[in-house]
Design a protein around this ligand. Structure first.
Ligand SMILES: Nc1ncnc2c1ncn2[C@@H]1O[C@H](COP(=O)(O)OP(=O)(O)OP(=O)(O)O)[C@@H](O)[C@H]1O
Ligand code: SF4
Ligand SMILES: [Mg+2]
Length: 344
């Protein structure tokens, strides 16, 4: 499948009082047309920074220290139309890219709606800001499309359209935001922890909506989460992120059935399942590294039961271990041996 986004050697740093936070370190990956790619990892591993870097909405303390992000637009019939280097986009072009090509729903999205505006105004403002559907029939067409999107995310347009955000539940607001992000028909949608603040039933509902939307509408998805079970449900491919780097990436089935990085194995084995015995549950020892003073060599070595001198000395790069499955670990062939060491 053709890539719509190619991220290469992307490096992002934050300036903090204590020094330089190396949040994303030379990350490379593709997002393919129509696929859902899940980025998973512990808190602070750099997932949100990566998403914000793609849509160029990083805070002013952040700096892109290197790399490139190439976005490719395809026609409705799947023909490649044009290529854009996102990092060089400015002003109107960048604003257009952000909504019409690639939209992001933020991690703290539940507070993202303006409390004094009705839901209808949010759709109208977004359309106006991006000159979407200009012309004499703009109002009617916009209302029709917006209400259609609201019903796609399983909201009753009659109930929601004139409502203020405070009149809606958290799950309803999250669904409004997903509908709003799809207004300008982006090719790529980035969802940062879309269900985290929600109860389990509402979470279920949002997941069903996302699955439905993916079959009905033609967009690629980057799904950021620390919840592996949600990633497994929605994603075609999964990438695990550790200390600002992708350490393993592959088809969802491969990553869950045959993981090769000790960190990925630790993440998977820490998730309880209905059929797993309590004694099968494991946890990764230690905590994520300080991104200002990173360990030498492989950044996972202080927590890895397999770490040896080579690991402590030199950082491994992602290599192909089988078709479409890439791992950054010197000892990927022995990785299953870590299971015993993780046992709780
Ligand atoms: N504005 C900032 N200034 C300085 N450091 C920051 C800033 N934002 C994030 N960081 C640091 O960058 C690193 C990556 O943060 P990021 O928010 O991308 O992680 P995350 O994987 O999304 O975590 P979570 O799962 O908790 O959302 C963390 O160490 C964090 O402390
Ligand atoms: S490179 Fe070494 S320390 Fe890093 S994950 Fe692999 S075995 Fe562990
Ligand atoms: Mg985050």
């Amino acid at each position: 499948m053709e890539p719509i986004l190619s991220v290469r050697d992307l490096t992002i740093e934050y300036a903090a009082r204590r020094g330089k936070v190396r949040a994303i370190r030379s990350v490379s990956f593709d997002v393919r047309r129509g696929e859902a790619l899940a980025l998973i990892g512990e808190s602070g591993s750099g997932k949100t920074t990566l998403g914000l870097g793609i849509v160029q909405l990083l805070p002013s303390t952040a700096r892109i220290a290197g790399g490139s992000i190439v976005y490719r637009r395809y026609s409705d019939t799947g023909q490649p139309m044009r290529e854009t280097e996102v990092l060089t986009l400015k002003d109107a072009d960048l604003r257009r890219f952000r909504w019409a090509e690639c939209a992001m729903v933020f991690q703290s999205a539940l507070n993202a709606l303006n409390p004094v505006l009705r839901i209808s105004d949010h759709f109208a403002d977004t359309a106006k800001a991006h000159r979407y559907l200009s012309g004499p029939r703009q109002g009617a067409a916009l209302t029709e499309r917006s209400r259609h999107l609201l019903s796609r995310v399983r909201l009753d347009p009659d109930r929601v359209w004139r409502a203020f955000p405070h009149e809606l539940s958290g799950g309803m607001r999250q669904r409004v935001l997903i509908a709003l992000s799809l207004l300008l028909e982006p090719q790529l949608l980035i969802l940062d922890e879309p269900t985290t603040a929600l109860d389990i039933l509402t979470q279920r509902n949002i997941m069903d909506v996302l699955k439905e939307l993916r079959t009905q509408l033609d967009f690629s998805l980057v799904f950021i989460s620390h919840d592996l079970s949600l990633a497994a449900e929605l994603a075609d491919r999964v990438a695990t992120v550790y200390a600002g780097k992708i350490v393993e990436i592959g088809e969802v089935y491969t990553i869950f059935r045959n993981p090769h990085h000790p960190y990925t194995i630790g993440l998977i084995k820490a998730v309880p399942t209905l059929t797993s015995d309590k004694s099968e549950l494991t946890s990764i020892p230690g905590s994520p590294p300080d991104l200002i003073e990173l360990p030498s060599g492989c950044k996972f070595h202080p927590r890895c039961p397999l770490a040896d001198d080579h690991c402590r000395r030199e950082e491994p790069e992602l290599i192909d271990v089988e078709s479409g499955h890439r791992v950054a670990c010197w000892r990927w062939q022995d990785a299953r041996a870590v299971l015993k060491a993780y046992q709780v």
